[in-house]
Design a protein around this ligand. Structure first.
Ligand code: PLP
Length: 392
């Protein structure tokens, strides 16, 4: 096979060109226009929620959520160490302090450690949770790779300590519970805020883009207001709050409306491809395909191979470069955020699983266009390589 198999590329098989042309023809290309409203409505319907505000990126969605949650300079926000750094950077935009809490085997925040941090390291006076002298205001929970975090346990802890829960659902559009207390509820609609991203590598894309939801429709209205420069009076330029230029454009939304039409098919393909990989890696000695949480239906955005580091000691870089020579694009999971320069001085709490998985996880091709033949080729090549490295 001489073809290059990418990790994850956008898919424009639908009405993308038609709708973008239409937006241009109408002259509505900026932060006003019918496609923006239409995309918000389609997202709300899909997520079974009342109100969604479209914005410029997942990062701005997270930032607006923190602002709306009342996170102020000096406040503490509990965050994950093993995810994309954009989940944590907005905490710094607010001059707040991140504290890193370990993940569990889903790569998402470990509720047991979250609870013990609140119980053992903080003081609770019945109204405010204090860490040293700071107020612990919020927790950013990331649904990593489309895997639902343990929201039942996390919401109980957040309720107990009056914490605002911001669900970073940028990778989990479509993931939902099928069983339990939250059966039928979608990632991003369980906590106080849900942030989504439509960047180029996500399950749907608007080039760049994002969205925020909340179970309180008034909260979403206020976020939309903040994202459009907080115009108290739109005609006479009266502003009572500091606003942002974070609104999605109509051009982006035109792409998004077309992508929403295809989203159920994209999820179906991601799920079917995962099943095929699972079959192909079944019983493989040197790496296991990581599962998704039981009692949920995941969008299966990314697939994670957990490499046996007792047997395969080659560096992740060497593994990735060797596969690259075979025309297969893979990637390592992220470097730990608490180890990145801007975060090295911050507190981290009982990090064990995060550093463990940081060395072991390889993401394998997951585009919606990948063919069965390509999946078989990827699995064969990955298996051959790891076997060779283990025995050589
Ligand atoms: C993609 C992503 C973001 C940021 O989204 P952008 O649209 O790129 O700003 C934030 N958090 C996580 C976990 C992501 O994967």
């Amino acid at each position: 096979m001489s073809k290059f198999i990418p990790l994850s590329i956008p898919n424009f098989e639908g009405n993308e060109r038609k709708y973008v042309d239409d937006a241009i023809d109408q002259g509505w290309v900026s932060t006003g226009g019918a496609y923006i409203t239409k995309l918000e409505e389609e997202l709300a319907k899909f997520l079974h929620t009342d109100n969604v505000a479209a914005c410029q990126s997942g990062t701005s969605a997270l930032h607006l959520s923190l602002v709306q949650a009342g996170v102020k300079p000096g406040d503490v926000v509990l965050v994950p160490p093993l995810t994309f750094i954009a989940a944590v950077n907005p905490v710094k935009y607010q001059f707040a302090t991140p504290v890193f809490i370990d993940c569990d085997n889903s790569f998402c925040m470990d509720p047991v450690k979250l609870a013990s941090f609140c119980e053992e390291e903080c003081a609770w006076d019945g109204t405010v949770l204090k860490y040293k002298d700071a107020d612990v205001k919020a927790v950013v929970v990331v649904h990593v790779f489309g895997n639902m975090a343990d929201m039942e346990a996390i919401m109980d802890i957040a309720d107990k300590y009056s914490l605002k829960v911001i669900e970073d659902s940028t990778e989990a559009l479509g993931t939902h519970y099928t069983e339990g207390k939250y059966a039928g509820r979608y990632a991003g609609t369980i906590g106080h805020f849900g942030a989504f991203s439509f960047n180029g590598n996500k399950i749907i894309t608007t080039g760049g883009g994002g969205a925020v939801t909340s179970n309180d429709p008034k909260v979403v209205d206020h976020i939309r207001f903040l994202s459009t420069q907080a115009k108290t009076d739109p005609h006479f330029y009266i502003h009572d709050e500091v606003g942002f230029n974070y609104r999605m454009t109509n051009l982006q939304a035109a792409l998004g409306v077309a992508q929403m039409e295809e989203l159920p098919e994209f999820i179906r393909r991601k799920q079917a491809n995962y099943e095929l990989y699972k079959e192909l890696f079944d019983g493989f000695e040197y790496g296991k395909l990581m599962p998704f949480r039981e009692g949920t239906s995941s969008n299966k955005w990314f697939y994670s191979l957990n490499i046996d580091r007792e047997k395969v000691t080659a560096s992740m870089r060497d593994i990735i470069l060797s596969l690259r020579e075979k025309g297969i694009e893979t990637r390592a999971i992220w470097g730990l955020i608490n180890e990145q320069k801007p975060y090295q001085g911050e507190v981290n709490y009982k990090l064990e699983k995060a550093p463990y998985y940081a060395e072991r996880i390889l993401n394998i091709p997951a585009s919606t266009q990948i063919t069965e033949e390509e999946i078989r080729y990827v699995a064969d090549e990955v298996k051959q390589l790891l076997e060779k490295l283990a025995n050589g």
